[in-house]
Design a protein. Structure first.
Length: 238
C-alpha cells in the first residue's frame, strides 16, 4: 500500500462534504507531485486534495475543504491530480500509485468505484469547465479509463501483492541481437530484466515467456500478454 504523505499546504476555499471523487492529470508533463505541492503552498488558488507521481503521493488540502478543481461541480468532490510522466515506465508506476491512493480514499469514505469520475465527466455533467483530463494523458500511453477503474476496483477488493505478481505477470524476449527480456505487469509497466537468471526464476515460478522474432510488433506482443493475463484474472474472479 502506498503511504500518503501528510503535507497540508493549502486550505482551499471553504467547507466541503464530498460525495464523489475527481481524477485529474496535470497537463504539465514531467512536473512532479512535489513540484505541485510546492506551487500550492504559495497561496495558489488552484489546488487539489491529493497529488501523485511515479514515486510518491502527497495530501496537500484537508479533505473537508473545497477545491476549485472541476468548475460548477466543485462542491461535490474530493480529488487527485495525477502528474503526467514523460515515459512509459514512469506512466505505469504513476498509474499504480494513483490507483492505490484512490482505493484508500474510496475505502475511507465507504464508497465504490462508481463514485470516481474523470474531470471530463464533471465538466460534462456540471459545466463550468471544458477540461477532458485525464483521458488524453491515458490515451497517449494506450491506456483507458475503463482499465483504470478496473485497477482501482482490484485494489478495493483487496487483491494481495503476492497474488498480483502471480497472476498478472508476463515476460517477452525479442529474438534479435539485443537479447533483452522484458517483464510486464499490467498496471505496473514494462521493465527490462538485467540478468537472464531473473527470467529463468520467473519462468520457473510460472510467469509465461513469449518469444517474438525481430519483425514482430514489439508492443503488440506485450498487449497480447496483457490480454492473456486479464482473461486469466477474469476466470479466477479477481
Ligand atoms: Zn482536471
Amino acid at each position: 500500500m502506498v503511504q500518503i504523505k501528510e503535507e497540508i499546504v493549502n486550505q482551499g476555499h471553504g467547507y466541503l462534504s464530498p460525495s464523489l471523487f475527481a481524477v485529474h492529470s496535470t497537463a504539465n508533463p514531467g512536473a512532479t507531485a512535489r513540484n505541485h505541492r510546492d506551487l500550492w503552498s504559495r497561496g495558489y488558488d488552484y489546488a487539489v486534495h491529493l497529488t501523485s507521481d511515479w514515486t510518491e503521493a502527497i495530501h496537500c488540502v484537508p479533505y473537508d475543504r473545497l477545491c476549485w478543481q472541476v468548475g460548477n461541480g466543485n462542491g461535490t468532490c474530493e480529488g487527485i491530480e495525477i502528474c503526467e510522466a514523460t515515459n512509459a515506465s514512469d506512466f505505469w508506476k504513476g498509474i499504480e500509485i494513483a490507483a492505490d491512493v484512490i482505493a484508500q480514499r474510496l475505502r475511507a469514505h465507504g464508497w465504490g468505484v462508481d463514485r470516481m469520475h474523470p474531470h471530463q465527466w464533471f465538466a460534462q455533467v456540471y459545466g463550468g469547465s471544458d477540461h477532458t483530463d485525464p483521458i488524453p494523458y491515458f490515451t497517449r500511453y494506450g491506456y483507458t479509463w475503463q482499465a483504470f477503474v478496473q485497477l482501482v476496483q482490484q485494489k478495493l477488493s483487496g487483491v494481495t501483492a503476492g497474488q498480483e505478481v502471480d497472476i498478472m505477470a508476463g515476460m517477452m524476449i525479442r529474438n534479435d541481437d539485443t537479447g533483452v527480456i522484458w517483464y510486464c505487469e499490467p498496471g505496473k509497466g514494462r521493465t527490462a530484466l538485467t540478468h537472464v537468471d531473473q527470467a529463468n526464476l520467473l519462468q520457473q515460478a510460472g510467469v509465461p515467456l513469449i518469444h517474438a522474432n525481430s519483425r514482430a510488433p514489439w508492443w503488440a506482443r506485450f498487449d497480447q500478454i496483457d490480454a492473456l493475463v486479464r482473461t486469466t484474472m477474469k476466470k479466477l474472479g479477481v
